[in-house]
Design a binder for this molecule. Sequence first.
Ligand SMILES: CC(C)(COP(=O)(O)OP(=O)(O)OC[C@H]1O[C@@H](n2cnc3c(N)ncnc32)[C@H](O)[C@@H]1OP(=O)(O)O)[C@@H](O)C(=O)NCCC(=O)NCCS
Length: 182
Amino acid sequence: MEVDRNPIKRKEETRLTQYKLRQAIKEDHDFLREMLYEAIYVPEGKARPSKDIIDRPEIAKYLSGWGRAGDIAFIAIDEDENPVGAVWTRLFDETNQTYGYINANTPVLSGMAVLPDDRGKGIGTLLLSEMINEVKKQGYSSMSLSVDPDNDARRLYEKYGFEKVGINGTSWDMVATLRENE
Ligand SMILES: CC(C)(COP(=O)(O)OP(=O)(O)OC[C@H]1O[C@@H](n2cnc3c(N)ncnc32)[C@H](O)[C@@H]1OP(=O)(O)O)[C@@H](O)C(=O)NCCC(=O)NCCS
Protein backbone atom coordinates (compact mmCIF):
# COMPACT_ATOMS: atom_id res chain seq x y z
CA MET A 1 0.00 0.00 0.00
CA GLU A 2 1.31 3.44 -0.87
CA VAL A 3 1.74 5.73 2.13
CA ASP A 4 0.79 9.39 1.67
CA ARG A 5 3.80 11.14 3.20
CA ASN A 6 2.34 14.60 2.97
CA PRO A 7 -1.44 14.37 3.33
CA ILE A 8 -1.88 18.07 4.18
CA LYS A 9 -0.03 19.25 1.08
CA ARG A 10 -1.91 16.68 -1.03
CA LYS A 11 -5.25 17.97 0.31
CA GLU A 12 -4.25 21.57 -0.51
CA GLU A 13 -3.29 20.63 -4.07
CA THR A 14 -6.56 18.74 -4.57
CA ARG A 15 -8.59 21.70 -3.36
CA LEU A 16 -6.79 24.15 -5.58
CA THR A 17 -7.01 22.10 -8.75
CA GLN A 18 -10.70 23.03 -8.80
CA TYR A 19 -9.74 26.62 -9.57
CA LYS A 20 -7.91 28.23 -12.45
CA LEU A 21 -6.97 31.75 -13.38
CA ARG A 22 -7.58 33.51 -16.66
CA GLN A 23 -6.90 37.04 -17.83
CA ALA A 24 -9.88 39.33 -17.48
CA ILE A 25 -11.65 40.62 -20.58
CA LYS A 26 -13.89 43.67 -21.10
CA GLU A 27 -17.00 41.58 -20.45
CA ASP A 28 -15.79 40.90 -16.90
CA HIS A 29 -16.56 44.51 -15.94
CA ASP A 30 -19.76 43.65 -14.03
CA PHE A 31 -18.03 40.90 -12.08
CA LEU A 32 -15.18 43.29 -11.26
CA ARG A 33 -17.76 45.76 -9.94
CA GLU A 34 -19.12 43.00 -7.72
CA MET A 35 -15.59 42.27 -6.49
CA LEU A 36 -14.95 45.97 -5.90
CA TYR A 37 -17.93 45.98 -3.56
CA GLU A 38 -16.71 42.82 -1.81
CA ALA A 39 -13.29 44.40 -1.33
CA ILE A 40 -14.67 47.25 0.77
CA TYR A 41 -13.61 46.60 4.33
CA VAL A 42 -16.40 46.40 6.89
CA PRO A 43 -15.18 46.27 10.51
CA GLU A 44 -16.63 43.43 12.56
CA GLY A 45 -20.07 44.25 13.92
CA LYS A 46 -20.66 47.08 11.42
CA ALA A 47 -23.39 46.95 8.77
CA ARG A 48 -22.35 46.55 5.14
CA PRO A 49 -22.70 49.78 3.16
CA SER A 50 -25.20 49.90 0.32
CA LYS A 51 -24.00 48.75 -3.09
CA ASP A 52 -23.95 52.25 -4.56
CA ILE A 53 -20.89 53.03 -2.42
CA ILE A 54 -18.80 51.84 -5.38
CA ASP A 55 -20.10 54.77 -7.42
CA ARG A 56 -18.47 57.28 -5.08
CA PRO A 57 -15.70 58.99 -7.07
CA GLU A 58 -12.86 57.86 -4.79
CA ILE A 59 -13.94 54.23 -5.17
CA ALA A 60 -15.27 54.32 -8.74
CA LYS A 61 -11.80 55.33 -9.98
CA TYR A 62 -10.55 51.82 -9.28
CA LEU A 63 -12.59 50.68 -12.29
CA SER A 64 -13.67 53.70 -14.33
CA GLY A 65 -12.66 53.45 -17.99
CA TRP A 66 -11.86 49.79 -17.38
CA GLY A 67 -9.49 48.31 -19.94
CA ARG A 68 -7.23 51.35 -20.30
CA ALA A 69 -3.48 51.07 -20.88
CA GLY A 70 -1.72 49.60 -17.86
CA ASP A 71 -4.72 47.68 -16.49
CA ILE A 72 -3.86 44.11 -15.51
CA ALA A 73 -6.52 41.73 -14.19
CA PHE A 74 -7.05 38.06 -13.48
CA ILE A 75 -10.25 36.19 -12.79
CA ALA A 76 -10.33 32.98 -10.74
CA ILE A 77 -12.81 30.47 -12.14
CA ASP A 78 -14.22 27.23 -10.77
CA GLU A 79 -14.55 23.91 -12.61
CA ASP A 80 -17.65 25.18 -14.43
CA GLU A 81 -15.77 28.35 -15.43
CA ASN A 82 -17.90 30.51 -13.14
CA PRO A 83 -15.92 33.46 -11.76
CA VAL A 84 -15.20 33.17 -8.02
CA GLY A 85 -12.63 35.92 -7.48
CA ALA A 86 -10.56 38.62 -9.08
CA VAL A 87 -7.49 40.78 -8.72
CA TRP A 88 -6.58 43.84 -10.73
CA THR A 89 -3.95 46.57 -10.80
CA ARG A 90 -3.99 49.97 -12.49
CA LEU A 91 -1.65 52.86 -13.03
CA PHE A 92 -2.53 56.28 -11.68
CA ASP A 93 -0.69 59.58 -11.89
CA GLU A 94 -0.19 62.86 -10.03
CA THR A 95 -3.43 64.28 -11.45
CA ASN A 96 -5.44 61.15 -10.73
CA GLN A 97 -4.30 59.59 -7.48
CA THR A 98 -5.94 57.01 -5.30
CA TYR A 99 -5.44 55.33 -1.92
CA GLY A 100 -2.15 53.45 -2.13
CA TYR A 101 -0.77 55.66 -4.91
CA ILE A 102 3.04 55.98 -4.85
CA ASN A 103 4.05 57.16 -8.31
CA ALA A 104 2.99 56.86 -11.93
CA ASN A 105 5.13 53.78 -12.52
CA THR A 106 3.93 51.72 -9.57
CA PRO A 107 0.80 49.66 -10.30
CA VAL A 108 -1.78 49.98 -7.54
CA LEU A 109 -3.59 46.83 -6.46
CA SER A 110 -7.01 48.31 -7.10
CA GLY A 111 -9.16 45.37 -6.16
CA MET A 112 -8.85 41.88 -4.83
CA ALA A 113 -11.70 39.74 -3.59
CA VAL A 114 -13.06 36.22 -3.56
CA LEU A 115 -16.78 35.39 -3.30
CA PRO A 116 -17.66 34.88 0.40
CA ASP A 117 -18.40 31.13 0.05
CA ASP A 118 -15.06 30.50 -1.62
CA ARG A 119 -12.76 32.29 0.81
CA GLY A 120 -10.11 30.51 2.81
CA LYS A 121 -9.39 27.93 0.09
CA GLY A 122 -6.20 29.43 -1.28
CA ILE A 123 -7.75 31.36 -4.18
CA GLY A 124 -6.62 34.76 -2.89
CA THR A 125 -3.06 33.47 -2.59
CA LEU A 126 -3.25 32.15 -6.14
CA LEU A 127 -4.54 35.50 -7.44
CA LEU A 128 -1.97 37.62 -5.62
CA SER A 129 1.02 35.48 -6.54
CA GLU A 130 0.01 35.43 -10.21
CA MET A 131 -0.45 39.20 -10.18
CA ILE A 132 2.96 39.79 -8.60
CA ASN A 133 4.57 37.57 -11.25
CA GLU A 134 2.78 39.41 -14.05
CA VAL A 135 3.64 42.88 -12.72
CA LYS A 136 7.28 41.79 -12.46
CA LYS A 137 7.16 40.28 -15.95
CA GLN A 138 5.90 43.58 -17.33
CA GLY A 139 9.01 45.26 -15.94
CA TYR A 140 7.71 47.12 -12.91
CA SER A 141 9.97 47.16 -9.87
CA SER A 142 7.27 47.78 -7.28
CA MET A 143 3.57 47.44 -6.60
CA SER A 144 1.44 49.20 -3.99
CA LEU A 145 -1.90 48.94 -2.24
CA SER A 146 -4.04 50.35 0.52
CA VAL A 147 -5.56 48.15 3.21
CA ASP A 148 -7.23 48.56 6.55
CA PRO A 149 -4.76 47.23 9.14
CA ASP A 150 -7.57 45.21 10.75
CA ASN A 151 -8.39 43.44 7.49
CA ASP A 152 -7.12 39.81 7.47
CA ALA A 153 -5.93 40.49 3.92
CA ARG A 154 -3.07 42.53 5.43
CA ARG A 155 -1.44 39.30 6.59
CA LEU A 156 -1.60 37.93 3.07
CA TYR A 157 0.02 41.08 1.69
CA GLU A 158 2.77 41.00 4.32
CA LYS A 159 3.47 37.38 3.42
CA TYR A 160 4.17 38.57 -0.12
CA GLY A 161 6.56 41.30 0.97
CA PHE A 162 4.29 44.35 1.20
CA GLU A 163 5.46 46.81 3.84
CA LYS A 164 3.74 49.77 5.41
CA VAL A 165 5.01 53.06 3.98
CA GLY A 166 2.35 55.45 5.27
CA ILE A 167 -1.13 55.98 6.64
CA ASN A 168 -4.01 57.56 4.75
CA GLY A 169 -7.10 58.05 6.90
CA THR A 170 -7.48 54.72 8.69
CA SER A 171 -5.78 52.70 5.94
CA TRP A 172 -2.18 51.71 5.45
CA ASP A 173 -0.34 52.36 2.21
CA MET A 174 1.88 49.35 1.52
CA VAL A 175 4.56 48.73 -1.09
CA ALA A 176 6.34 45.59 -2.26
CA THR A 177 9.66 45.86 -4.04
CA LEU A 178 9.70 43.32 -6.84
CA ARG A 179 13.05 41.83 -7.66
CA GLU A 180 13.87 39.53 -10.52
CA ASN A 181 14.64 35.91 -9.56
CA GLU A 182 12.37 35.95 -6.53
C1 LIG B 1 -8.62 38.74 1.19
C2 LIG B 1 -9.15 37.64 0.25
C3 LIG B 1 -9.11 38.13 -1.19
C4 LIG B 1 -8.22 36.44 0.40
O1 LIG B 1 -8.70 35.42 -0.46
P1 LIG B 1 -8.85 33.94 0.09
O2 LIG B 1 -9.13 33.05 -1.06
O3 LIG B 1 -9.78 33.93 1.22
O4 LIG B 1 -7.34 33.75 0.61
P2 LIG B 1 -6.55 32.45 0.96
O5 LIG B 1 -7.47 31.29 1.20
O6 LIG B 1 -5.47 32.28 -0.05
O7 LIG B 1 -5.91 32.84 2.36
C5 LIG B 1 -4.92 33.85 2.41
C6 LIG B 1 -5.14 34.77 3.57
O8 LIG B 1 -6.35 35.49 3.45
C7 LIG B 1 -6.94 35.66 4.73
N1 LIG B 1 -8.22 34.92 4.76
C8 LIG B 1 -8.44 33.62 4.67
N2 LIG B 1 -9.76 33.35 4.77
C9 LIG B 1 -10.36 34.51 4.92
C10 LIG B 1 -11.72 34.88 5.09
N3 LIG B 1 -12.70 33.98 5.15
N4 LIG B 1 -12.00 36.19 5.20
C11 LIG B 1 -11.01 37.12 5.16
N5 LIG B 1 -9.70 36.81 5.00
C12 LIG B 1 -9.39 35.52 4.90
C13 LIG B 1 -6.00 35.10 5.73
O9 LIG B 1 -5.15 36.13 6.18
C14 LIG B 1 -5.22 34.10 4.92
O10 LIG B 1 -3.93 33.95 5.40
P3 LIG B 1 -3.58 32.72 6.37
O11 LIG B 1 -3.91 31.50 5.60
O12 LIG B 1 -2.13 32.95 6.62
O13 LIG B 1 -4.43 32.92 7.57
C15 LIG B 1 -10.58 37.20 0.63
O14 LIG B 1 -10.60 36.71 1.94
C16 LIG B 1 -11.61 38.29 0.45
O15 LIG B 1 -12.24 38.39 -0.60
N6 LIG B 1 -11.81 39.13 1.48
C17 LIG B 1 -12.75 40.24 1.38
C18 LIG B 1 -12.26 41.29 0.40
C19 LIG B 1 -11.01 42.01 0.86
O16 LIG B 1 -10.87 42.32 2.02
N7 LIG B 1 -10.10 42.28 -0.10
C20 LIG B 1 -8.86 42.97 0.15
C21 LIG B 1 -9.11 44.44 0.13
S1 LIG B 1 -7.61 45.33 0.42
